[in-house]
Design a protein around this ligand. Structure first.
Ligand code: 2BA
Length: 111
């Protein structure tokens, strides 16, 4: 068995959960925050049998779209200071369709 940890954009999360459920996968949805953009994203946990791994990955790849976002990052030009007094400047980043980790599961029990 594998544990898929998939970090996806909030915009894709509902459709992804619906599609995965329709395909028979069990999903846990967590509200998370990206460290770089400091914006909300969604992390899904899926425990899947080894032979279903590629089907789950196909669904994730099909549903999740990459998008460009503007991030305020540091360091910055001195002229640009935000309301907290921190220096920032805008940068465009491409947020991926999904950031996916696949872990081997030693044990899966429901108690
Ligand atoms: P964030 O950390 O908010 O990052 C959003 C996007 O900002 C990233 O998209 C990437 O394009 C850009 N970015 C991140 N760190 C950067 C840096 N140090 N310099 C320049 N640009 C940077 P993705 O790579 O598609 O990542 C989307 C979200 O997936 C991330 O949100 C984070 O929540 C998660 N993530 C990505 N890689 C990860 C990793 N190795 N470990 C844990 N979480 C990860």
């Amino acid at each position: 068995m594998k544990l898929i940890v998939a970090i996806v954009q909030d915009e894709d999360a509902s459709r992804l959960v619906n599609t995965l459920m329709k395909e028979g996968f069990s999903v846990t949805k967590l509200a998370t925050t990206g460290g770089f953009l400091r914006a909300g994203n969604t992390t899904l946990l899926l425990g899947v049998d080894d032979e279903k791994l590629s089907a789950a990955m196909d669904v994730i790849e099909h549903v999740c779209k990459s998008r460009k976002q503007i991030a305020a990052s540091m360091p910055a030009m001195p002229a640009m200071v935000d309301s907290h007094g921190a220096a920032t400047y805008p940068v465009e980043v491409t947020v991926g369709g999904a950031t996916v980790f696949v872990l081997s599961v030693d044990q899966f029990v429901k108690l």
